[in-house]
Write a protein of this length. Structure first.
Length: 258
């Protein structure tokens, strides 16, 4: 990594060819829903448009090709930053991705998951607006609420991260936002909707807290009593956030060689 920075700096002074930066490898979960792979590929293109010259590749944890070990193998001994397309900490972030990195010959840094982050909140807000959400007036605010539908995990840190996103979204919307999960955690979307209705919240929307379409996202949308937003998808803010995580992972190296 240091050699890369030295070559980059000397190239800018002496006119030699500048070495390519470490590749940004998006790490998707994988899905049998073909829309998921299409969405991630569109996101890759948006990242490339934002930062020309940055190698952007893709590796999946399961279900879709290329799988992450294959993407890393193709890098040989090159440099890469893995950016998980995951919204919270959990088993994939803590175990699966580091194990794949450790087993490869590439020189790898691992960025943090995408969430929580304000850019995700803005994306959630815009997806809700696209689905028909409008800011409630003073009277409607007392009967409005949102269920933040996430995948779910047995790791307690994942729930902490999702609750933080729910709090940020509640502040953005001005109404209560309750996390709910498609699997491995409670409450379910159905239970969250029922609990909110029992508290007099009759205007309930479901915000889809998934990076791409898939089975869980579809199930949560089906459980919505009315308005439900689309997954985060290839929203421009998602491309900016992936680059932000890449830059954060690179920051220690840049500081050490400054």
């Amino acid at each position: 990594m240091t050699a890369y920075l030295m070559n980059r700096n000397s190239g800018s002074r002496l006119g030699t060819r500048r070495a390519a930066p470490p590749a940004l490898v998006l790490v998707g979960h994988g899905s049998r829903d073909p829309r998921a792979l299409s969405t991630v590929r569109t996101l890759m293109e948006r990242i490339r448009e934002l930062r020309p010259g940055l190698p952007v590749q893709l590796g999946h944890i399961e279900l879709n090709e290329p799988l992450l070990p294959d993407t890393l193998a193709a890098l040989g001994t090159g440099d890469a930053v893995l950016v998980p397309l995951l919204l919270s900490r959990g088993h994939h972030v803590k175990r699966d991705i580091p194990e794949a990195a450790a087993a490869s010959s590439a020189r790898v840094r691992i960025a943090g998951p995408l969430g929580p982050h304000p850019l995700l909140v803005e994306t959630l807000y815009e997806r809700l607006v696209e689905a028909g959400w409008r800011a409630p007036d003073v009277v409607e605010r007392r009967t409005s609420a949102v269920v933040l539908a996430a995948a779910g995990s047995r790791d307690p840190d994942a729930a902490v991260d999702t609750r933080r996103t729910a709090g940020l979204l509640a502040h953005r919307l001005g109404v209560p936002v309750v996390p709910a999960y498609a699997s491995a955690a409670t409450p379910t979307v159905t239970d969250a909707v029922r609990a909110l209705a029992a508290r007099g919240r009759s205007r309930i929307a479901v915000a889809s807290y998934f990076t791409a379409p898939g089975r869980f996202a579809t199930e949560c949308t089906t459980a919505a009593p009315g308005l439900a937003s689309a997954p985060l998808g290839a929203h421009p803010a998602m491309a900016h956030l992936a680059l932000h995580r890449y830059d954060q992972a690179m920051a220690p190296t840049l500081a050490a060689t400054a």
